[in-house]
Design a protein around this ligand. Structure first.
Ligand SMILES: NC(=O)c1ccc[n+]([C@@H]2O[C@H](COP(=O)([O-])OP(=O)(O)OC[C@H]3O[C@@H](n4cnc5c(N)ncnc54)[C@H](OP(=O)(O)O)[C@@H]3O)[C@@H](O)[C@H]2O)c1
Length: 317
């Protein structure tokens, strides 16, 4: 990755933290985008201590705010005149309460998808610059097994300005059937990550672009994600403790996004993870094809038009 610039969201813990460290160790210039917090300060200090010779930059970016994302993109443009070779939209939250962001959207949909849609739009000229100079650039999204459960249909309501009015705070997940409204909103946001990749891939290919669109899932990885969900009332601590016995390490969980970011053989339109099924909790990250329940013209167009409407801007590839 020497000579390449990577931008990664959500690197205070979990898969993003592993990805930032790995990219720095592999010689990339790495920009980490996080909201301001002690976790952000401490994780950046750890990164700089671990890789004292690497070119590292920390950029404040709160994915709950479109204004913050746009300000972060302005800073990235200043820091990266050479362009951006890899944008990894990794950050995410899970099973939070039914609350609206200041922009009026569901907190999970805005954090997990809509703000990453803004970021990709804002950084597209930098990705094009890097692709022109070095032959390719990549956008990597982070989805989940939850893209499949409970529904496999992306619904417009969840992408609209309906924050706080999307079903309430039900957290029911008996027998791994994620029926509570918190889980339906997470499902929709992770389905949106996959549909965004499919739509990006389709549009980039139509334009003959050498920017690749890829998506990964980490299986079930033992990160901070579940701790936050427990703290916010989305999961019971006893059940979570049992459930996480089936998990893999954050390092193994990060292999999907790392494959998408780094592997020379990774192609646009591929999905990397420990299998494509609903029980693909752990194992080697392998590529599989995008799935027809979101990689279809209707869903790709819905995702794009509703995301443009939400951010109040067109995103023309
Ligand atoms: N772990 C799993 O089993 C699993 C399974 C499927 C998918 N995933 C996906 O993997 C990705 C990474 O999650 P993880 O498991 O590594 O969890 P994690 O350890 O909780 O990391 C999530 C990251 O997202 C950041 N983030 C949350 N809200 C943010 C905001 N408003 N602005 C900026 N950053 C924000 C967090 O930063 P803060 O410190 O500021 O909160 C943290 O750095 C997520 O997209 C998640 O949906 C994880």
């Amino acid at each position: 990755m020497t000579g390449k610039t990577a931008v990664i969201t959500g690197t205070t813990s979990g898969t993003g933290k592993v990805a930032a460290l790995t990219l720095a160790e592999l010689g990339a210039k790495v920009l980490v985008l996080n909201r301001a917090s002690d976790r952000s300060t401490a994780s950046f200090a750890e990164l700089t201590t671990a890789c004292p010779d690497a070119e590292l930059q920390s950029v404040e970016c709160d994915l709950q705010s479109f204004a913050s994302v746009r300000a972060a993109a302005t800073l990235v443009r200043e820091i990266c005149p050479e362009g951006v070779h890899v944008l990894c939209n990794n950050a995410g939250v899970m099973a939070l309460a039914d609350t609206a962001t200041a922009d009026g959207f569901d907190v999970q949909m805005q954090t997990n998808h809509l703000s990453h849609f803004v970021l990709a739009r804002e950084l597209m000229p930098l990705l094009e610059r890097a692709a022109d100079a070095s032959g390719e650039a990549r956008i990597v999204n982070h989805s989940s097994i939850a893209r499949m459960s409970p529904g496999k249909t992306l619904l417009p309501d969840y992408l609209e300005e309906n924050g706080g009015r999307l079903g309430g705070d039900g957290s029911q997940m008996e027998n791994l059937m994620f029926r509570g409204a918190r889980w339906i909103r997470y499902n929709q946001s992770k389905l949106a990550n996959a549909a965004f990749t499919a739509a990006l891939h389709d549009r980039l290919q139509q334009r003959g672009s050498n920017i690749k669109a890829l998506v990964a899932h980490p299986g079930l990885a033992n990160t901070h994600l579940q701790l936050t969900s427990v703290r916010e009332g989305g999961m019971g601590s006893f059940f979570t403790g049992l459930f996480m016995r089936f998990s893999q390490s954050p390092e193994d969980g990060a292999m999907g996004i790392l494959s998408c970011m780094c592997l020379p053989s990774a192609e646009s339109g591929q999905f990397y993870g420990p299998g494509s099924g609903s029980s693909a909790f752990k194992g080697k990250a392998e590529p599989f094809a995008l799935e027809s329940f979101y990689d279809n013209a209707e869903t790709r167009d819905l995702l794009w038009s509703k995301s443009e409407e939400a951010i109040g801007d067109t995103f023309v590839i």
